[in-house]
Ligand binder design. Structure first.
Ligand code: DQA
Length: 141
């Protein structure tokens, strides 16, 4: 099984960025945690990050026929990117949406995810552990 993990805008600043919300763990550490769990589960993972909406769309397109699942945290694009929604709908690869913070307990604008209807489910509020949960969710699907 092959899974692509797509991180969107501002997630490269994990660890420095509002640590009271997103935690102290840096982006590299998050990647290491995902890779070590993937090895334990014998799943192949690729992790990518971009601050550019179109690049995220390209990553989703490239998943078609190559990956069995997508784990995506689009960052703030979650709340307004119909392009990412359309891209997820355009490929035949199941996607799980992940957020470090609980988007439902924060500002009003974060409560709506426009990408959620294109995903099989959403994991929100469990910090970096959400990515581990998402790996399990795709494998056990
Ligand atoms: C986030 C939540 C978004 O609202 C925010 O814009 C982010 C991170 C999260 O992982 O909690 O950049 O996706």
């Amino acid at each position: 099984m092959k899974i692509i993990i797509i991180n969107g805008v501002n997630l490269n600043l994990l660890g420095q960025r509002e640590p009271h919300i997103y935690g102290n763990k840096g982006y590299d550490e998050l990647c290491k945690d995902i890779i070590s769990e993937a090895e334990r589960l014998a799943v192949e993972v690729k992790i990518v990050q971009s601050n550019v909406e179109g690049e995220i769309v390209n990553f989703i397109h490239q998943a078609q026929g190559k990956y069995d699942g997508i784990i995506i945290n689009p960052g703030a694009y979650t709340h307004y990117s119909y392009a990412i929604y359309d891209a997820l709908k355009s490929v035949d690869v199941p996607a799980v949406e992940v957020h470090l913070s609980n988007i439902h307990s924060r500002e009003e604008f974060r409560k709506n995810s426009v990408v959620a209807p294109a995903c099989i489910g959403q994991i929100s509020g469990f910090g970096t552990y959400g990515y581990i949960m998402a790996l399990h969710a795709i494998i056990h699907r």
